[in-house]
Write a protein that binds this ligand. Structure first.
Ligand SMILES: C[S@@+](CC[C@H](N)C(=O)[O-])C[C@H]1O[C@@H](n2cnc3c(N)ncnc32)[C@H](O)[C@@H]1O
Length: 401
């Protein structure tokens, strides 16, 4: 059975495994029937990824549904190599002709703690092996990406199934300043959902009071759907499964028609950001509409250009708030209280049942808003900045708060 490696942001491995479990029953067989393959018996989890075995046809489909993963690699082989001739022969012996339509590929090579640690020479040798297999064809556009990792003389060669990084959903193309990666936004929303059931969530209004380009709201709305509008690397393979080449194949999936949350609300000081988030959300909505057809119901969305700290206008309860405020000096000033005051003000004004806030670890939240307690906290690397995502909720026992 083929082996796969799903690369993930560090710390997201467990969440990605949950996502695989959730979408597994929806995956299809080659003749578009419900897949009834047993769930892989073993997932080897390492920092930044998961390795497991399953049918190729099934694993390729994970690309459509995983929200927090980076990419999916098909493991071609793994072997000990201490000299270039052996490496060359092994590269040449792999069944590239089943996947590649020509010999022009992109290389991703990483070598460390190995006798063969010159990445340039490894690439030249691998490219020479491929050009022997494909002597005539060499169009300008690469047809695939091959990953070679050499660590302690162990060489692992993989073929990328994904193409563009999985945070590219095929929606939300317009961005503001400091936008959040979709993979991170989806992970944080899942952290906030925790054990809440779909029925409980369907009563909740989700609000991002500093909405920017709307990544949180778009990800939340798209949580139960797949990404079918973008292209994936495996669709260019020579042996690409026929099912995935037809335009209408997404309609074979029986996905939930839930709107995930009851309503979506967003505020921003910047009018342009409100327009951007409006357009991005409309793009998500349109993709969901084409997939759900008759079952489709538009989400209840309201985006307003305003200072979220100025208003006492209530929002429908139960309310969850999620936000990624500007960092450092651009953090909205509430008195001189920094993050603590920002969280307190949001809790005082809107009384959310949950408040999830992402901020740099070094800007520490030192106190909690009155009447609220910390229910969960995770560390996240947000574009190179070490951040904390802190979830607060009204105290269960007010007396102890
Ligand atoms: C870091 S960005 C949010 C990025 C967003 N998560 C995304 O993915 O695009 C912060 C946003 O907060 C907005 N903002 C700052 N202070 C605000 C306030 N008091 N009320 C409403 N919006 C505010 C800024 O205009 C900016 O668009």
């Amino acid at each position: 059975m083929p082996r796969f490696f799903i690369s993930t942001p560090i710390g997201f491995e467990k969440q990605v495994l949950e996502e695989i479990k959730a979408c597994w029953p929806h995956l299809l067989t080659k003749d578009a029937q419900k897949n009834n393959l047993p769930f892989p018996a073993e997932f080897v989890s390492e920092q930044g990824g998961l390795e497991f075995e399953t049918e190729l046809f099934v694993a390729l489909q994970l690309n459509f549904f995983l929200k927090s993963a980076n990419r999916i690699l098909l493991r071609m082989t793994s072997f000990k190599a201490k000299d270039l001739p052996k490496f060359y022969q092994r590269v040449k012996s792999l069944p590239w002709a089943s996947y590649l339509s020509h010999g022009n590929v992109e290389w991703e090579i990483a070598a460390q703690r190995s006798r063969l640690n010159n990445e340039k020479r490894l690439q030249e040798s691998a490219a020479a092996a491929l050009s022997e297999l494909f002597p005539h064809e060499n169009p300008q556009k690469p047809c695939a990406s091959i990953y070679i990792r050499m660590d302690e003389d162990l060489c692992t060669i993989s073929l990328d199934t994904t193409g563009d990084h999985l945070h590219k959903r095929g929606w939300s193309m317009l961005k503001g300043e400091a936008p959040l990666r979709e993979t991170i936004a989806a992970y944080l929303i899942r952290q906030m959902i925790g054990q809440a059931t779909p029925a409980q969530m369907s009563a909740v209004t989700l609000c991002d009071p500093m909405v920017g380009s709307g990544t949180f709201l778009c990800e939340a709305r798209g949580l139960a759907t797949g990404h079918f509008k973008r292209a994936f690397a495996f669709q260019k393979w020579k042996n690409a499964p026929k099912l995935f080449l037809s335009e209408s194949f997404p309609l074979n999936y029986s996905l939930s028609s839930s709107k995930v949350f009851k309503a979506y609300r967003g505020f921003d000081l910047d009018r342009e950001m409100i327009e951007v988030s409006q357009r991005n959300f409309a793009e998500v909505e349109e993709q969901i509409r084409t997939l759900q057809r008759k079952q489709y119901e538009a989400a209840d969305l309201k985006l307003e250009c305003r200072n979220s700290l100025d208003s006492s206008e209530p929002i429908e309860q139960p309310l969850w708030m999620i936000l990624n405020p500007p960092y450092g000096e651009r953090l909205p000033v509430v008195g001189k209280g920094g993050l603590n005051a920002l969280a307190s003000e949001l809790c005082r004004l809107y009384k959310p049942q949950k408040l999830g806030i992402l901020y740099p670890e070094k800007e520490k939240m030192t106190g909690l808003p009155g009447g609220y307690e910390l229910i969960h906290q995770v560390k996240v690397n947000n574009g190179g900045i070490r951040c904390l995502f802190t979830i607060l909720a009204p105290c269960k026992n007010e007396g102890l708060c």
